[in-house]
Design a protein around this ligand. Structure first.
Ligand SMILES: NC(=O)c1ccc[n+]([C@@H]2O[C@H](COP(=O)([O-])OP(=O)(O)OC[C@H]3O[C@@H](n4cnc5c(N)ncnc54)[C@H](O)[C@@H]3O)[C@@H](O)[C@H]2O)c1
Length: 359
């Protein structure tokens, strides 16, 4: 199945393949001329999929070489980005050498930022291997690294030339990583696709067992929603901010805890629940939403309560939100399942959202 992100001359395909990475080389060769290609991955993903990616690219006429970056959110830093750039330059890449990011969201974000910045930009291919990166981070062109002052504070919008998701790569993921990805899956359903949300409610066992037909439906459904939103508003001047549902509270938890303490998608899930309760109590939205959302998260064995966090740290983290502008924040208000609107809310109301967290 191939979807398209409709961005005019920067439009690009998202391949959702049932197998592993066998078709990667042919998909890249259909868009980029043969030559050297830099495969960026980490030791964990590399041990599992680097050979398959290399073989597929070689068979399609490329001369791939690999560059390793360390594994984990703690390494999503300027230092890792800089070391990667230096390795790429030492390998004598040119501006036409594609960077192929093979891994989860951390690899995709760092390698994407390297592609945006090395020699002022080279072609980028995203090959997501986690559920979260397939349904969210590989599509839409946000790249970057964390600062000690906050998450993703350093980066660039830089669209890939293509995204290639081989669904079979999900089978080697830790179940905790699947649950984390499900936070973003549920988000896409809540935003625009009630059938996708219903699938999460109705088939939790199949989802947790990674049943191929359900996983295909989840990845395709999410990519469709994300591609549609990004095509309308590439640089988050307006509607794209709806994709931040759950992230105002979720990022504050992540930031207050320290990166990597809890998984991103889990924080987003807990954040969505607090934001949905706030929308009911402060904006009169559909009261079924937080009830169904909580039940759905429980069925999918996702955490619904925030870990114990120092209250002041949480508030400080919320106040540091990079999306705050003149004391207000463009916020996704969940009216009902599948319908959302944007509203600028004052920062004080963010604290009232935090107050809806369950501990
Ligand atoms: N750019 C965006 O639009 C965007 C959107 C959402 C999230 N993000 C970012 O994505 C990051 C989280 O991504 P993630 O959840 O994919 O985490 P991750 O990249 O850290 O991957 C999770 C773990 O799974 C391992 N792994 C990856 N694929 C595997 C596979 N197939 N089999 C076995 N192990 C595998 C990784 O090495 C890592 O240890 C965060 O930094 C977040 O900020 C970015």
């Amino acid at each position: 199945m191939v979807l398209t992100v409709e961005l005019g001359e920067r439009a690009y395909p998202i391949h959702v393949a049932d197998g592993g990475l066998e078709g990667l080389g042919a998909a890249v060769a259909a868009l980029l001329p043969p030559g050297r290609a830099a495969l960026v991955t980490n030791p964990v993903v590399g041990a599992l999929y680097l050979d398959a990616a290399m073989d597929s690219l070689t068979a399609a006429g490329f001369e791939p070489f690999s560059v390793m970056i360390p594994d984990g959110e703690a390494y999503k830093t300027v230092d890792t980005w800089h070391a990667l750039i230096e390795s790429l330059l030492a390998a004598r890449m040119t501006r036409s050498t594609p960077i192929i990011a093979l891994g989860g969201g951390v690899t995709g974000d760092i390698a994407g930022f390297a592609a945006a910045s090395v020699m002022r930009g080279c072609p980028l291919v995203q090959v997501p291997t986690t559920l979260l990166s397939m349904v969210d981070s590989s599509v839409g062109g946000k790249t970057g690294v964390n600062s000690p002052r906050g998450k993703n504070l350093i980066g660039a919008f830089y669209q890939p030339r293509l995204v290639y998701a081989g669904l079979q790569t999900l089978t080697t993921l830790d179940i905790a990583e699947i649950r984390s990805g499900l936070g973003e899956v549920i988000k896409h359903g809540l935003l625009q696709d009630p059938a996708l949300f219903a699938l999460c409610e109705e088939r939790p066992e199949d989802i947790l067992a990674l049943s191929p037909d359900v996983m295909r439906a989840l990845v395709v459904g999410c990519c469709r929603v994300k591609a549609d939103v990004v095509a309308q508003d590439e640089r988050e001047g307006g509607i794209r901010a709806i994709l931040n549902l759950g992230h105002t509270v979720g990022h504050a938890i992540e930031n207050a805890l320290g990166y990597g303490e809890m998984r991103h998608g889990e924080c987003v899930g807990i954040g969505m629940l607090a934001e949905a309760r706030w929308a009911v109590e402060e904006r009169g939205c559909d009261s079924e939403v937080p009830v169904r959302l909580r039940a759905c998260m429980e069925r999918l064995q996702m955490p619904t309560r925030a870990p114990t966090i120092d209250h002041d740290q949480l508030i400080t983290a919320a106040r540091a939100d990079k999306k705050l502008s003149r004391g207000t924040l463009s916020t996704a208000i969940l009216e009902t399942i599948g319908r959302v609107r944007l509203e600028r809310i004052p920062s004080g109301e963010i604290l009232s959202m935090m107050a809806r967290l369950e501990f």
